[in-house]
Design a protein around this ligand. Structure first.
Ligand code: ZN
Ligand code: ZN
Length: 372
């Protein structure tokens, strides 16, 4: 679909798997009752966007406008649209919104299991909505927020840069840290120093960890991990598994960590992490959002005999997203999430943005849809 004239909206589109991103124009959407038109200021470039471009997510509705973490300004709204507290939203407000939409609240997973992130009816902006659904991704000048999208005005004093610096990694990390039940005074290992891992380090610190160990690369991400609160940073590219094991055992009286969180995206991290957790500890896997293949485990030695608690984490719900903004408002002077942004790109530069994330050059890259 192409549009011209002053009502045309520019958006970056992944036409299909393994195809370069291209800028297309779309008509400005007609708002239905309860909908909001967001003038988008920032959209994150996340590892998931790489995977979408590489065709690694099943059932991706190409062509696709990526961008699932976004901050913008309300341009226009139709009817009464309220936040979760019942306050009416207004044009001109700076807001962010939960990418997950249409969780049904009526299926078995929503009602019986209370596991809404596994609701089969949920849709996700920039991931499971395609460009044929409209302006349903954030790499676009405007985003069409359909009725029922959960919108939060930014608390006073919280900048759009801080919110996008936390991006999708921060609520994902919050979910993972809560799933891992870190106790006060525990020693925590975080595998992976991308945006999710870095926020896991920050939240483990808030959670009262005694000592935090991070394994990752490259050096600028390890430096960021140290700033977030990691006491010991191990470079996965310049150490052997044996050296990392020795360092973790030395830091934990020879037992291994109480809790480890996998946020690396590399399947090979899983057996290593299982090995570095102490007996009767907890291992939480959040980094394997896309399928990078199987890995060999020894279920006897790695899990059963160790009496381990192994947990998976899928997605986020509104509660994680809501509380992240409160944490950013309260604790950003400790963590400075906006400093994770190392690269900024316009829509025409979206392929360079993906390259910067793919190469590990960027800690976090953002798209600024209005940048020329
Ligand atoms: Zn993401
Ligand atoms: Zn449901």
């Amino acid at each position: 679909m192409n549009a011209t004239g002053h009502d045309a909206v520019r958006a970056a589109v992944i036409p299909g798997p393994n195809r370069p991103v291209e800028v297309r124009t779309f008509p400005r959407p007609e708002l239905e009752d309860g909908a909001v038109l967001l003038r988008n200021l920032y959209s994150e470039v996340c590892g998931t966007d790489l995977h979408l471009q590489e065709g690694r997510l099943a059932e991706t509705p190409y062509p696709l406008i990526p961008g699932h973490a976004n901050v913008g300004v309300i341009e226009e709204l139709r009817g009464d649209v309220c936040d979760v507290a019942g306050n009416r939203l207004a044009a001109g407000q700076q807001v962010t919104f939960l990418d997950v939409h249409a969780t049904c609240g009526a299926c078995w997973f929503c009602l019986v299991a209370k596991a809404t992130t596994r609701c089969p009816n949920r849709k996700v902006y920039g991931i499971t909505y395609g460009a044929d659904d409209g302006l349903m991704g954030g790499w676009s000048e405007y985003v069409h927020l359909r009725p029922g999208v959960r919108i939060i005005p930014l608390p006073e004093g919280l900048s759009p840069e801080t919110v996008i610096g936390g991006g999708c990694g921060l609520p994902t990390a919050l979910h993972a840290v809560e799933r891992s039940d870190i106790l006060l005074g525990e020693t925590v290992l975080v595998q992976g120093t991308g945006p999710v891992g870095l926020s896991c380090v920050a939240l483990a610190r808030l959670r009262g960890a005694y000592k935090i160990i991070a394994i990752g690369a490259p050096q600028q991400r390890l430096d960021a991990a140290a700033r977030m609160g990691a006491d010991l940073c191990l470079d996965v590219e310049n150490t052997s598994a044996e050296e990392r094991r020795a360092a973790v055992l030395e830091a934990t009286s020879g037992r291994g960590v109480d809790t480890a969180i996998e946020a690396s995206g590399n399947p090979a991290a899983v057996p290593e992490g299982l090995d570095l957790v102490r007996d009767n500890g907890t291992y939480t896997i959040v980094g394997q959002y896309t399928d990078h293949g199987p890995i060999e485990l020894n279920p006897h030695l790695d899990i059963n005999k160790k009496h381990l608690d192994v947990r998976g984490v899928w997605g986020i719900d509104y509660s994680h997203f809501h509380r992240v903004l409160l944490l950013q408002e309260r604790y950003n002077d400790l963590f400075h999430w906006e400093r994770l942004i190392t690269h900024r790109f316009g829509l025409e530069e979206a392929n360079q943005a993906l390259d910067a994330v793919r190469s590990g050059q960027a800690i976090k890259a953002v798209i600024e849809p209005w940048k020329r």
